[in-house]
Design a protein around this ligand. Structure first.
Ligand SMILES: Cc1ncc(COP(=O)(O)O)c(C=O)c1O
Length: 359
């Protein structure tokens, strides 16, 4: 706290991302990154960028990428927005659509950036209670609300909502924006982009960080009615004219062109997720059925906090939150098969040390 801070700064509680430990050999299963590199075509596109392009500012609207994404999702380019990671797209969307007196609604267990944006923009919000099975209980939706936002699949549970459920929400709240955050959509849930043409109150965000191995490039997108996209552009152009750099745009274009690589690697991650779920269940963990590139799992032979600490000391990073609803659970990103085997070996060591009474 400094005397120079504004009152807004003093009131913020910034998002805390998972640890990015540098150096040494770390089994990094804490930030839902992709264990595989981007495709060779992406790497080629990056190295093909020449200095002349870098000397200049990027084309501010990233039209080439918007067109390619429109084609990919069978939408019009006026229904597509791009930004510097989906976090930035979400931040712009909150600013464009949710700053009003009525509360924004999101699930009690969800992406922890949503309440951070609400504090930043002074948006009132209501957290919807979760059902006992950790699904979102929409029956508690208040009659007066400023909008709805949730990830599908949800984070950190990994549970997916059905497309029928999303359509019902859109139909029941026609004057409110429903923002579906599809950061993990590649790994199993059905995308709501197919509903964009029919629901002018739908905004969908996606990212190249997870399924496309480009977290380091910061590429996000939004899909919605052209009026919503025009609203996002107004905010973007009042904030940063060039959110996507030249290299990132070329990488994104090449990634969209290499669909086979994308599908193959997503399938590998899904197979590893199934393997990890089986292994954990065989060791008496509770594991929620995940449609994402992570699993949400509760150990029974040791506390989640203790297991998190045990793994952390052995350079195996998983995510743990010491908070109500979350404190018995770990969120484990799907790493490579070798990394997951190291995780299971380490868990087995805690099981044998428990049997020896050395907990
Ligand atoms: C639910 C959810 N939405 C959005 C993001 C942001 O992704 P990015 O900014 O890398 O596109 C994340 C990242 O972990 C996430 O978990």
């Amino acid at each position: 706290m400094s005397q120079y801070w504004s009152s807004l700064l003093a009131d913020l509680s910034p998002y805390v991302p998972g640890e990015q430990r540098v150096g040494g050999r770390v089994v990094k299963l804490n930030t839902n990154e992709n264990p595989y590199p981007p495709s060779k075509r992406v790497m080629q596109a990056i190295s093909d960028v020449d200095g002349t392009q870098l000397r200049r500012y990027p084309e501010p609207a990233s039209k080439e990428l918007r067109n390619a994404l429109a084609q990919y999702h069978k939408l019009d380019a006026t229904q597509v927005f791009v930004g510097n990671g989906s976090d930035e797209v979400l931040a712009l969307a909150f600013m464009a659509f949710f700053i009003n007196e009525q509360p924004l609604v999101f699930p009690a267990l969800t992406y922890s950036f949503y309440p951070v944006y609400c504090k930043l923009y002074k948006i009132p919000y209501i957290e919807l209670p979760m059902s006992d099975d950790f699904s979102i209980d929409w029956s508690g939706l208040p009659s007066k609300l400023g909008g709805i936002v949730f990830p599908n699949p949800n984070a950190p549970t990994g549970l997916a909502c059905t497309i029928d459920g999303i359509e019902q929400l859109l139909g029941n709240n026609p004057s409110k924006i429903v923002l579906v955050d599809e950061a993990y959509i590649d790994f199993g849930a059905q995308s709501a982009t197919s509903l964009v043409a029919r629901y002018p109150n739908l905004l969908v965000t996606q990212t190249f960080s997870k399924g496309r191995s480009l977290a380091g490039m910061r590429i996000g997108a939004a899909f919605g009615h052209s009026d919503l996209i025009a609203g996002l552009d107004r905010v973007k152009n009042s904030f940063n004219s060039y959110p996507l750099d030249v290299v990132a745009e070329q990488a994104a274009l090449a990634s969209l062109e290499d669909e086979q690589y994308h599908r193959e690697h997503v399938s590998k991650i899904i197979a590893s997720r199934d393997w990890l779920t089986e292994q954990l269940e065989a060791r008496d963990f509770k594991v929620l059925p995940s449609a994402a590139n992570f699993v949400f799992a509760a150990p029974s032979h040791i506390g989640a906090k203790q297991l998190h600490e045990y793994l952390n000391k052995r350079d195996i990073l998983v995510r743990y939150w010491d908070k109500p609803l979350l404190q018995d659970w770990l969120r484990i990103s799907i790493g490579s098969p070798d990394e997951l085997q190291l995780l299971i070996n380490a868990i087995d060591q805690t099981q044998s040390s428990n049997k020896d009474g050395a907990r």
